[in-house]
Design a binder for this molecule. Sequence first.
Ligand SMILES: [Zn+2]
Length: 428
Amino acid sequence: MSRVLEAELTWSGAEFAPHVQVVVDADGRIAEVGTLGRPDAARLPRVALLPGFVDAHSHAFQRGLRGRGEAFPAGAGSFWSWREAMYALVDSLDHDSMRRLSARAFAEMRDAGITTVGEFHYLHHEREGDFALDDAVIEAAADAGIRLVLLYSYYATGAPGRPLEGAQRRFATPSPDGFWRQVDRLAGVLAPHTQTLGIAPHSIRAASPSEIRLLHGEACRRGLPVHLHVEEQRREIEESLAAYGRTPMALILEAVEGQPFTAVHCTHTSDDDMERFLASGGSACLCPLTEGNLGDGIPRLSRAHAAGGRLAIGTDSNNRLAMLEEMRWLEYGQRLRDELRGALPDPAGNVAPTLLDAATAGGARALGIPAGRIARGCWADFAAVDLDAPALAEVPRERLLEGLVFGAGSEVIAGTFVGGKWRGRGER
Ligand SMILES: [Zn+2]
């Protein structure tokens, strides 16, 4: 049965408008939007509806690292020293702890206004070959009621030409043929209206160019999105140059024959490679809070953005789960690097709509799902903003988006709808 919602304000894509009604059908999709004047609408007073945020890159279990790896008695740390702490956590997890940690992360995501997670899932095994942790993630997403795009990771080597070692053996996937058999098994256990698949060759460290070519070709044939970690660290580029004589981005672009994919991070990607990547129709997924925590660096986005860059945002290591913070730090990183304000403006000079687009429609595009907009045919996934929240007091309606993005945190999120189903902030 369909139902009708009418919030005090609804984001139209350009402004917060009053008197907008949204009709949600029985499957949880938006059947109609507009000033419909339906008398049977459920009113949401003092609430502004935004499209639910789309977290395009997460490793949910890494929420278990909170508080660890933040002391440096032996001197400065790095991504690589952090990775040792992450591997220690990997070694300790079983199906139940993986499900518990992931469900907690997903529930906290909903409290931050996130309604879809692109879970880049590479930790497959409790015991060698069992794939028990794949099911744990799928169950956790259902527990939290978050929309899941399971980006199923292919992981074959520890570095170009090097076998998996230690904790990495828990990431192992078989040959591309065996990998697709596992994808087929998972397709059979996903929830029909809230869970879909994509694939994620982990990085050029974990998959060879020829494997990426095979995997990407089959994913295109099946209509699945493809995500890879690309050039987060300078060492990844150095190893790739030593092994293949090319940068990771150049190798991947060649392997996918100019077809689109989502590149996560692009922290050290050259301007030329970035331009070629964007010309191919790809999306760049940035993870500002994680990149800051890990000391990765700041990508040069201004040229890419000016060229019509398609941006998405991920919470990645989930050390802090706060999408409004991710949005403002996407802009702040550029401001700090370039010593200017207004680094990612839209044609009218507004920054907040660019950041909101990255956190909603840009992420949905990267994940291949109809979401991220309050529009007919999209999933009825919304973030409900509390207009009485102190952080928004006296912010005029025409500047509410800026007030949210630059002046508020997750405490202004009253709750979320996923497929039209409500969950209040903090409800479990
Ligand atoms: Zn990642």
